[in-house]
Design a binder for this molecule. Structure first.
Ligand code: ZN
Length: 205
């Protein structure tokens, strides 16, 4: 027996109002989350089955009667202001190899999220930054990753392509190249909105 293959599709009718939202949908149309690579119990090593627990089918080990609750992953996305523009990297890794996007990456367990943001920026751009604020926290139905979008300002370093990038450049926010991910335009829009609010908030009453 082979299980249906999950495929990533674009859903342009998201209730959240995003331009495009990725969902996991099973071949055949039934909506269900799949957990590729989660096959064995971390406690006893037996093969995992599945069981409906708290209203959702989840990986389950019959031997130790334990259920695997799949946590989300937190990723940081950083909009770095520099010379009146924002810093973008050309990605050297999949997904979206060769596409332009923001410095971004996963937060390690135990890591302060703002420090993860600064770490990703220096790794991918060579720039030392000070995180100036949380622009937004963005999540999507059916998606594993929660995006913590930060704004940051440059306090040192020099623009240099790093481990995950082949090129780094500063772009005028009004003249951005085609961006790698469906969410990127929405992220820019929220950053613009946040920047406006932030400036307004700093004005004297
Ligand atoms: Zn087990």
């Amino acid at each position: 027996m082979s299980s249906p293959i999950a495929s990533r599709v674009l859903d342009s009718t998201s209730e959240a109002g995003y331009d495009a939202t990725e969902k996991l949908i099973l071949a055949g149309g039934a909506s269900k989350l799949e957990y590729p690579g989660v096959n064995y119990c971390q406690g006893c090593g037996d093969r995992l089955g599945s069981k409906v627990v708290e209203g959702q089918e989840r990986p389950h080990c019959a031997s130790c009667r334990s259920t695997v609750f799949m946590d989300p992953k937190v990723a940081v996305v950083v909009l770095v202001s520099m010379d009146g523009g924002i810093v973008l990297i050309r990605r050297a890794i999949e997904p979206a190899l060769g596409g332009w996007s923001f410095p971004a990456g996963y937060v390690d367990r135990g890591e302060v999220v703002e420090e993860a943001a600064a770490r990703e920026v220096i790794e991918e751009t060579g720039l030392t930054v000070k995180v100036s604020g949380l622009v937004d926290l963005i999540s999507f139905a059916g998606e594993t990753v929660i995006l913590a979008v930060y704004a940051a300002e440059v306090i040192g370093g020099a623009l240099t392509a790093g481990s995950d990038s082949t090129e780094v450049r500063v772009f005028d926010p009004d003249e951005l190249p085609a961006l790698a991910f469906p969410h990127d335009i929405e992220i820019v829009a929220r950053w613009r909105n946040w920047t406006g609010r932030s400036l307004t908030a700093q004005e004297p009453l």
